[in-house]
Design a binder for this molecule. Structure first.
Ligand code: UDP
Ligand code: MG
Length: 330
């Protein structure tokens, strides 16, 4: 018998959680008949709506539903990490609560792992329900990121995947505070099979990503996996110094041969502005890395739990909720 934990990060998903549970249960019915044992781990990432109440109700109605609830919103990355830490199954599935990750793919994923793959991950073949501007920047991010880092991200790859215990344990070994899971999944390696799927619009609620948070995510993604931007700056610095040196020699020779030359105002202004801009940019890039070092050096926990209810039995949870005591986890 194989046990499978389904980890579902939820932020303001009260409206769609019941439907999510129903649709997922329908999709895994056949696997359950074949001896797979599924458990749900819902992670409430500091939702401001009734998401936690829905989770409590679901776990009181259905067996094998657990939930973790954060003290505030820590982000999807933290929610996935918390779910992975709480998981104990032979296999783990991570999926969104909004049904944008079709649960119908689960049997295909299970078949892939049965066939010997370590991971089976979903890949979007279209970006329906997404603005063209977001798609453009997303494509740009993948192109830049794959140029700059050794970790190759697949375009269209999403967090929806099924993994073996071994791969999950490897992911948990990377305990950096500022997590970029897309990169981490690729970094740990293992044999991943990709299955394409058509993107669908959210079942309920709205996307939590703003343009600002996405650009932050993209910059963090590149700077967590590559120091190439720093090297590029060193090369640019070197090239400009060399050019300046050559220019100085030429000017000196010209001055000695033809007397004092009064350089143009525009040339001076351009040089000052260009170099000033470049220095600012360099400080900004170095600053990004310093910020990462600063955040990591504080060793703050990735999330804080407020409530936790782990149910591994075949019975729904009766006494709710189980308050967290002093097991604050990293
Ligand atoms: N999510 C979360 N914490 C957040 C933002 C999102 O746990 O701070 C969850 C959200 O509830 C959903 C998943 O992450 O289950 C994906 O979020 P969303 O649908 O907003 O992202 P998109 O599909 O637009 O990329
Ligand atoms: Mg979504």
């Amino acid at each position: 018998m194989n046990t499978v934990d389904i980890i579902v990060p939820c932020y303001n998903e009260a409206a769609g959680l019941d439907l999510f549970y129903l649709r997922t249960m329908e999709s895994i019915e056949e696997l359950q008949n074949r001896g797979y044992e599924f458990r749900f781990i819902f992670v409430n990432d500091g939702s401001k709506d009734d998401t936690l109440q829905v989770m409590i109700r679901l776990s009181a109605q259905h067996p094998r539903i657990s939930y973790l609830s954060f003290s505030r919103n820590f982000g999807k990355e933290a929610a996935m990490y918390a779910g992975l830490q709480a998981s104990t199954g032979d296999y783990v599935i991570i999926m969104d609560a909004d049904l944008q990750h079709p649960p119908e793919l689960i049997p295909q994923m299970a078949a892939s792992l049965e066939a010997g793959h370590d991971c089976c991950a979903a890949m979007r073949t279209n970006r329906k329900g997404e603005s063209p501007i977001r798609s453009f920047f997303s494509r740009l991010f993948y192109r830049i990121s794959n140029r700059l880092t050794n970790v190759k991200l697949a375009y269209g790859a999403v967090d929806y995947r099924m993994m073996t215990r071994q791969m999950v344990d490897s992911i948990l070994e990377l305990c950096e505070v500022e997590r970029f899971s897309k990169g981490i999944f690729a970094w740990v390696g293992f044999d991943t099979e990709w299955i394409p799927y058509e993107n669908v619009e959210r079942a309920a609620g709205t996307s939590k990503w703003s343009f600002k948070s996405l650009s932050r995510y993209a910059i963090d993604g590149i700077t967590s996996f590559s120091v190439v931007p720093l090297r590029i700056l060193s090369v640019i610095g070197g090239v400009i110094s060399l050019a300046a040196f050559v220019y100085i020699i030429i000017t000196l020779v010209q001055t000695l041969l033809y007397g004092i030359n009064v350089p143009g105002y525009v040339t001076t202004l351009c040089a000052v502005l260009f170099l000033g801009g470049l220095i600012e940019l360099s400080i900004g890039v170095v600053g990004e890395y310093v910020a990462h070092i600063y955040m990591e050096s504080k060793h703050r926990p990735i999330y804080l739990l407020k409530e936790k209810c782990i149910n591994t039995s075949d019975e729904p949870v009766k006494d709710q909720p189980v308050k967290r005591e002093d097991d604050s986890k990293k």
